[in-house]
Structure formats: C-alpha cells, structure tokens
Design a binder for this molecule. Structure first.
Ligand code: NAD
Ligand code: DAU
Length: 332
C-alpha cells in the first residue's frame, strides 16, 4: 500500500510515520511544508523508509505530484495551535480549509481508495460538567482554529457525498507524547519545570481535557486506514479527563518539583471548559482500545523530554530553522 502522509514532520504525523515505517507492505511519501511546527529531527531514524517531500498542501501541483500512485492519504497537515489562531487566523483558514480542499481535489483525480481526514474533538465546542461528545454531536467550534478544522471536516464530508470520495473523518482528543512542539501544555510545563521557570496556568486551571498518548492515536488511525468505513466519523479518546491543574501537578510530582512554580495567568479568550470523548464506536466497530494509562504515559513522556534536551533546545533557540535553510537553500 502506498500512503501519502501530509504534515508528517509534525508531532502526530511523525509518530505515525515512525509507526508505519515498521510495516513492510507500506510505502510512504511524506508531504510537509516545514512551517515552524515541522521538524525533520522528528523523523530521524526513518529516512530510508519514506520519501520526504517539502511542499505546501495549498500548492495543487506539488500535491498532485506527491499523491501520484497513492492508494491512501492520511491528512495531518494543519495549523494546530489555538493560541496562535486567536492571534492571527489567516494561516489557519488557508492551510486547514484551502489546503484540505486542494488535497480532496487531488484525491479525486488520483482516485485514492481511502482519505483519512485527521480532525479534532474541538470541532464539537465545549461541554458542561457532564456528558460526552459522540459522532452525532453538533459542530459548535469556539476558536478560529476549531472553526477552520470544522470547515475542513464539512468539506471532506461533502466530497464523500458529492463525488463518492472514500473519506473517513477522525476526531481525537488532546494528544501527548514525544516530539510535541513545546508551545502545547504538557511539553511546555515539563520544560519550564526543568528550567525552574514559572508554570503558566490559564484562568483557574479548571478546564478539562481528555488526554490520549500519541501512540494510541496512531494505532487508532492505522485501524481506520484499514477498516474505517467511507463516509463515517470516528471519535478517538482516552477516557482520561483531567483538569489542567491536575495535569500540571502530576508533572511536578513526577519531576519531584515544587508546586510553588505554578502561576495563574490571564485566561485564553473563548477558552473551552471541558472536552470528553465517547470513543465506543472505535472500540465496538474497529476493535481499538488505547494501550496507555495516563500515569505511565505521562511518566514516560516526562522522561523523554528530560532525555531529549537537545531536541527542544534546538527548537527554543531557533537552530532547527537554520538547519532547513542549509538543507533546502531557502529562507523559511
Ligand atoms: P503540528 O502543529 O505538530 O504539525 C503540523 C504539521 O503540518 C507540521 O509538520 C507543519 O510543518 C505541517 N504543515 C502546516 N501547514 C502546512 C501546509 N500548508 N502544507 C504542508 N504542511 C503543513 O500538529 P499536530 O499536533 O501533529 O496535529 C496534527 C493533526 O492532528 C492536525 O490536523 C490537528 O488538527 C490534529 N489533531 C491534533 C491533536 C493534538 O492534540 N495535537 C488532537 C486531535 C487532532
Ligand atoms: O482537543 C484536541 C486539541 O488539543 C487539538 O485539536 C489541538 O491541535 C491541540 O493543540 C490541543 O488544543 P488545546 O487548546 O486543548 O491544547 P493546548 O496544549 O494549547 O492547551 C491545553 C489546555 O491547557 C487548554 O485548556 C489551555 C491550557 N494551557 C495551555 C498552555 C499552552 C494553559 O493553562 N497554559 C499554557 O501555557
């Protein structure tokens, strides 16, 4: 099977490429623009198992070339950070909506047999104290990021209905694990704790997220790639609801650091209060279950960031950008 993986130099995409690189019957092309979030260091060790193409998913020619001969597309490429979307929404609309449209058009032309559109639970908006998001929940996004993802989901759905493109949409909860860009909650807090800096918790720290180890997200996506039914949506989640404050305290406990590092800061505008996923359809129909419990996953994740100081220091210093300029001879 030949797969085109978009966004494969990012956090989840690179974990997926690494997983699929162990499958002898899979041939992969990774298409990634190497934005600030893309990092070839994330793909170290699998260079011989996929073809890396630097390209923008909004560029129809680059996409068509990269998709040539593909049986399936697994589409991760996106602007992914909510806070950035609040500061500037334009790149989110461009990549997440227009980029997805370009990919869907190319997938029609190339007659791919499966298009896995990797989306997020954030398209459902925010929950109160009880209840879960199911695949039937209404889309009610609250940030420019989640609105752009919801837009891309609706386009993907429309291409399936209108053109019979075999699209499957997945909506996953918050991921954590190795290679996550250090702007996101867990790596940011681990790095701040390592450096003895304040840990900035938004608002009262009572917002709830449903955490899933990235390896479990990737195993779910592999199951969807093989057995997901065209036109269907699959929710993916870990049944690991925790408040942000609980997560930050767990990190400090694992690291043996003092809770006095916690600092409450101004809240995120439009901050979704609670996400919780009902993943029973994935479990029932595709036989998927997560392997990690949160305590083990978080302990291993903290250990990974401690052991990979060079990886995150090169991001924080900006050195990883210079590497691409040398590699590609272009300023990014
Ligand atoms: P990320 O920001 O770490 O990686 C995104 C990747 O996409 C980067 O490598 C970047 O270079 C690439 N990219 C961005 N714009 C591009 C463009 N125009 N053309 C080609 N490549 C481009 O993101 P992530 O956290 O790995 O998320 C991957 C996908 O999973 C996203 O679609 C996101 O919405 C979804 N998702 C993420 C989470 C999470 O917790 N991180 C949870 C559910 C769903
Ligand atoms: O739910 C899936 C989504 O999870 C994905 O679609 C997004 O791509 C991904 O970024 C993530 O979105 P969140 O906004 O939930 O993740 P983030 O790591 O930015 O924040 C997690 C929670 O922690 C959120 O309630 C905001 C809070 N937070 C975040 C940061 C960066 C803080 O309290 N302090 C911080 O410094």
């Amino acid at each position: 099977m030949r797969i085109l993986v978009t966004g494969g130099a990012g956090f989840i995409g690179s974990n997926f490429v690494r997983r699929m690189a162990t499958r002898p019957d899979v041939d992969m092309v990774t298409l990634d623009a190497l934005t600030y979030a893309g990092n070839l260091d994330n793909l170290e060790g699998v260079a011989g198992r996929h073809t890396f193409v630097r390209g923008d998913i909004c560029d129809a020619d680059a996409v068509t070339k990269a998709m040539d001969g593909a049986d399936a597309v697994v589409h991760f490429a996106a602007e992914s950070h909510v806070d950035r979307s609040i500061a500037t929404s334009a790149p989110f609309i461009r990549t997440n909506i227009e980029g997805t449209r370009v990919l869907l058009e190319a997938a029609r032309e190339c007659r791919v047999r499966k298009f896995v559109h990797v989306s997020t639970d954030e398209v459902y908006g925010s929950l109160g104290a009880t209840g879960y998001f199911t695949e039937e929940s209404c889309l009610a996004p609250n940030s420019p990021y989640s609105a752009s993802k919801a837009g891309s989901d609706l386009l993907a759905r429309a291409y399936c209905e209108t053109y019979d493109l075999p699209v499957v949409i997945t909506r996953c909860s918050n991921n954590y694990g190795p290679y996550q860009f250090p702007e996101k909650l867990i790596p940011l807090m681990v790095i701040h704790a390592l450096e003895g800096r304040e840990l900035p918790v938004y608002g009262d720290g009572g917002n709830v997220r449903d955490w899933l180890h990235v390896a479990d997200h990737c195993s779910a996506l592999e199951a969807v790639l093989h057995a997901g039914v065209a036109g269907e949506v699959y929710n993916i989640g870990g049944r690991n609801e925790r408040t942000n404050l609980e997560i930050v305290k767990m990190i400090l406990y694992i690291m043996g650091r003092d809770e006095s590092l916690i600092t409450f800061v101004k809240d995120r505008p439009g901050h979704d209060r609670r996400y919780a996923i009902d993943a029973s359809k994935m479990e029932r129909e595709l036989g998927w279950t997560p392997a990690y419990d949160l305590e083990r996953g978080l302990t291993e994740t903290v250990a990974w960031y401690v052991a990979h100081r060079e990886w995150w220091e090169s991001i924080l210093s900006g050195a990883y950008r210079e590497y691409y300029e040398r590699q590609y001879g272009v300023e990014l």
